[in-house]
Ligand binder design. Structure first.
Ligand code: RAM
Length: 344
């Protein structure tokens, strides 16, 4: 398939990472079109993020809306203000009652939204999880941003390099129930145990993908652990709040921050040295791919079986893997050398 992509195949300087992500440009090909076919032009698709007001989901929704526009469907986004285990249920129920053709959701909890999602499927909605999965029996396919092992490895590699392989670290996560963060943290712990005997993980704190709570949790971590060398935050909300707290405090230059962030939120902290490197994928492409996956399931192009293939507009053809998983790509490391090449 023809892929219409721009930009960075950068040599990765941070942490010996070999993974390279090709980050695509906004908004489709020169004609504003993907490979959309006419089928699907009457589909209405509801996107439900973990919570509203998170720039990461604003960006993924832009991609989702692009995809839906390309096949001529109707896009909407609804969701809770707070990232709580069952905060999404009412939005799922409403979408089902309104007869939406597909629900595209980043699950706040692996099981709390499941009954509602399965009821929506019973009345004919396709269910696509993206970013954070539910159990596989509550959705048709899961659009995964990157291999969980790769995301965990990237974060451990970055922090190990930044603190020279020894010292105390803490993790500042999103919510305690998040499928995606919990899976990454488990794999990070395994990697630390296996290959970094001199790094001690002293605490895992939760900021619930809420800026203020994440900021306060950062303060608490620093107060409790006076020898802390770094905070690893596998959430774009947490890493930005931790970096903001530290860059304005006496800990600046003493306690490093790394994890998963968006370039636009992290730029000033890379510039002032609070953050040496952090990782992510392209959330816009993630939402775009999820939109096309919803199209593929809702039109019957795929059923979500391993080996099914479908067209994802400007991103080309994708294949469904084991457990209905569709993989976007590899994580990408941002640092002072490359951050100015990105705007999201
Ligand atoms: C936050 C959310 C999202 C996660 C990113 C890295 O925006 O928790 O689920 O994938 O961080």
């Amino acid at each position: 398939m023809k892929r219409n992509i721009f930009s960075a195949r950068a040599a990765l300087t941070a942490a010996g990472m070999a993974a390279v992500l090709v980050l695509s440009a906004c908004g489709g090909d020169e004609n504003g079109n993907g490979n959309g076919d006419a089928e699907g032009d009457d589909l209405s698709i509801t996107f439900i993020p973990k919570n509203l007001g998170n720039p990461y989901f604003d960006t993924s929704n832009t991609g989702g809306e692009d995809a839906v526009n390309e096949f001529g469907g109707e896009f909407s986004e609804v969701g809770p203000q707070e990232d709580t285990p069952d905060g999404q249920v009412q939005y799922i129920n409403t979408a089902a009652q309104q007869g939406e053709d597909a629900i595209v959701i980043s699950g706040s909890d692996p099981s709390a939204p499941c009954d509602a999602l399965n009821e929506a499927r019973e009345v004919g909605a396709a269910v696509v999880t993206f970013d954070s999965d539910t159990g596989p029996d509550c959705r048709d396919v899961f659009v995964n941003q990157a291999d969980a092992q790769g995301i965990a490895q990237a974060q451990v590699d970055m922090v190990a390099e930044q603190i020279d392989g020894e010292g105390q670290i803490a993790i500042l996560s999103a919510s305690a129930n998040a499928t995606n963060q919990n899976q990454w943290i488990e794999l990070m712990e395994e990697e630390l145990d296996a290959n970094h005997p001199d790094i001690e993980l002293v605490e895992i704190a939760y900021g619930d993908d809420d800026d203020q709570r994440s900021f306060d949790q950062t303060a608490a971590l620093l107060q409790t652990h006076s020898d802390l060398d770094a905070i690893v935050s596998p959430t774009t909300v947490g890493i930005a709040a931790a970096a903001r707290y530290i860059s304005d405090s006496d800990y600046a230059g003493e306690v490093l921050v790394t994890g998963l962030g968006t370039p636009n939120q992290m730029r000033e902290y890379v510039e002032d040295g609070t953050v040496e490197a952090f990782a992510l994928w392209n959330p816009e492409d993630l939402g775009y791919l999820a939109g096309w996956a919803a199209h593929a399931v809702a039109t019957g192009e795929i059923s979500g079986e391993e080996g099914d293939t479908f067209e994802a507009g400007r991103l080309g053809e994708y294949t469904v893997g084991e457990d209905g998983e569709i993989l976007l790509g590899d994580p990408f490391v941002f640092d002072s050398e490359n951050i100015d090449d990105f705007d999201f």
